[in-house]
Design a binder for this molecule. Structure first.
Ligand SMILES: Cc1cc2nc3c(=O)[nH]c(=O)nc-3n(C[C@H](O)[C@H](O)[C@H](O)COP(=O)(O)OP(=O)(O)OC[C@H]3O[C@@H](n4cnc5c(N)ncnc54)[C@H](O)[C@@H]3O)c2cc1C
Length: 311
């Protein structure tokens, strides 16, 4: 057990957790910051950062992540490189467990973000890293001049298909619905690409191969017809899942596991706040995650200093 009782524990060093750390530090709060991964969270999966005011066009996610890391360093904030595995209330304090150590704080900000949803079909886990991927930007390079499938119908799936079309020989965009959910602009770009073929009303039923994956079985859900499709890669892009399992009995969530908060990012539990992609919100972007981190930290500050007014 760490003997030290701090005012705050922040979990996650994505942009929401870093933003919370900046505001907490500036407000003079004493806090722990946890993450088992390097600083940046989902930024590390992004080729170019869009929609973030003031950034040069073409700025890579990894570049912005490095800047966030540097910001923490300049502020003198050193993240504890550990995964938080449990959170509970002990003697009126928040107690966090991580790798056989316990940490105590008067409050906590959950900024644990989200990760990719799985298809849940046979072969998906077996061929992870052997053809199956959840990130075109991270792995697309390995599929130069190959034929691949992208599964999904939203903006991210469309972006992944477009990105891969510049590397791969052929890209099948497989969508279970009869039309894409991606915005018009992306749909137009997809239609302009000769090596992208969209298969509607279609689902991947299994992934098979030997050492590496060799094909997928797809099913047209209108005619219930199955057929093999010989491809060397499957990029799953069917949405995200909040990283909130360990908080399930601690704070209120919606049916999908996104944490519910009020406008000040306060959760249903008195001493706990949440911000960024782990929280139920209308827009999952960097700019909203950053602003929510700032609001959460200032709300904690008012709580710690005794000036909190319930919303
Ligand atoms: C491919 C891709 C492209 C995107 N493009 C854009 C874009 O161009 N513009 C834009 O605005 N947005 C974009 N987004 C969305 C944007 O990246 C997210 O909204 C934002 O990064 C969310 O930040 P976050 O801090 O809430 O969570 P995350 O970035 O997910 O960070 C969460 C952090 O918490 C850590 N963590 C999780 N569980 C624990 C635990 N138990 N203990 C300790 N640490 C833990 C994780 O390791 C991670 O570092 C994109 C997302 C993806 C995946």
């Amino acid at each position: 057990m760490s003997e030290e009782l701090k005012e705050l524990a922040i979990i996650g060093t994505g942009i929401a957790g870093v933003s919370a750390s900046i505001y907490a530090k500036r407000a003079g709060l004493d806090f722990f910051l946890f993450d088992h991964q390097v600083v940046g969270g989902q930024l590390l999966l992004m080729e170019a950062v869009d929609n973030y005011p003031g950034l040069e066009v073409g700025t890579r996610g990894a570049e912005l992540a490095e800047k966030l890391d540097l910001t923490l360093e300049v502020l003198g904030v050193k993240p504890i490189k550990k995964k938080v595995t449990k959170i509970e209330f002990v003697d009126n304090h928040v107690q966090l467990d991580s790798h056989h150590s316990k940490y105590r704080a008067k409050s906590a900000i959950i900024a644990t973000g989200a990760s990719f949803k799985k298809l849940g079909v046979e072969g998906e886990d077996d061929f992870l890293g052997k053809g199956v991927s959840y990130c075109a930007i991270c792995d697309g390079f390995f599929f130069r001049d190959k034929e691949v499938v992208v599964v999904g119908g939203g903006n991210t799936a469309a972006e992944e298909a477009l990105y891969l079309s510049n590397i791969c020989k052929k890209v099948y965009l497989i969508h279970r619905g009869h039309r894409l959910r991606a915005i018009e602009y992306l749909q137009k770009k997809l239609s302009e690409k000769e090596n992208i073929q969209i298969l509607f009303n279609t689902q991947v039923r299994n992934i098979s191969g030997k050492d590496l994956m060799e094909k997928v079985t797809i099913e047209n859900t209108h005619h219930q017809q199955r057929r093999p499709l010989v491809v060397q890669g499957v990029f799953v892009s069917i949405g995200i899942r909040p990283s909130t399992d360990i908080f399930r009995d601690v704070v209120a969530m919606d049916d999908h596991g996104f944490i519910l908060t009020n406008e000040e990012m306060r959760t249903s539990a008195d001493q706990i706040w949440a911000c960024g992609d782990c929280r139920k919100r209308p827009l999952r972007q960097l700019v909203t995650a950053a602003s929510e981190g700032a609001i959460a930290a200032l709300s904690v500050y008012h709580y710690i200093k005794g000036s909190y007014i319930s919303a």
